[in-house]
Design a protein around this ligand. Sequence first.
Ligand SMILES: Cc1cc2nc3c(=O)[nH]c(=O)nc-3n(C[C@H](O)[C@H](O)[C@H](O)COP(=O)(O)O)c2cc1C
Length: 199
Amino acid sequence: MPVDLDAANYALSGLRPFPVAVTTIEGGVANGLMSLSAGAASIVPEAPRATISLTKYNKTHDMVLSSGVFVMHLLAAAPEEALEESLEILMGLGGSSGRDGDKLTAFRTKPGVTGAPILLGAHSYVEARVVRSLDMDESTLFVGDVVAAERFSQDERLRVGEAWKRLPKEWIEQYDANHAPQLASARRYRGLPEDGPAH
Ligand SMILES: Cc1cc2nc3c(=O)[nH]c(=O)nc-3n(C[C@H](O)[C@H](O)[C@H](O)COP(=O)(O)O)c2cc1C
């Protein structure tokens, strides 16, 4: 029986509502992206672990694979100035690739214990060293031991639905344009036609 793709994609959508800004450093070069794949990966409160799934198409993927370090930042939903800074981070890291130029010097940062940049405009973060990774063909799932963490804000964390309502139309168009080659690459890695299913 063929899979009901609408049902599958509905059931799987929105499971991780918090966008995270992921940063890393490799060979002295810092970079980062936005992700909706962040997860907690341990029930042991004194030894927290985090997971992140990065698409092989993205520069940050190769950098985390090679450096074994990442910082996962939650963004702030309030007050208004903090929300605006959150949207700047989301647009800055998620709208273009570090392959096309530096994305991080625009933001206030400090080096973390691994050397990876901490975004000072974030809500909170965990910094992690990769202890396991799983090759998922189109992407890699990284599991990291948390080696540092900080909370800068006592306000709510930004949810992606709220962010999409506030993002400018032009930025969303640019994001969609960047997403197309990423999707084609993922399909290639999975051995599927890169234009998608025939209609
Ligand atoms: C809300 C949002 C969620 C995203 N989720 C992911 C993700 O889970 N994994 C991933 O590899 N890219 C994700 N992306 C796409 C990357 O952030 C984007 O392709 C980025 O430009 C890659 O930059 P880089 O090539 O410098 O690594 C997401 C983007 C946005 C805006």
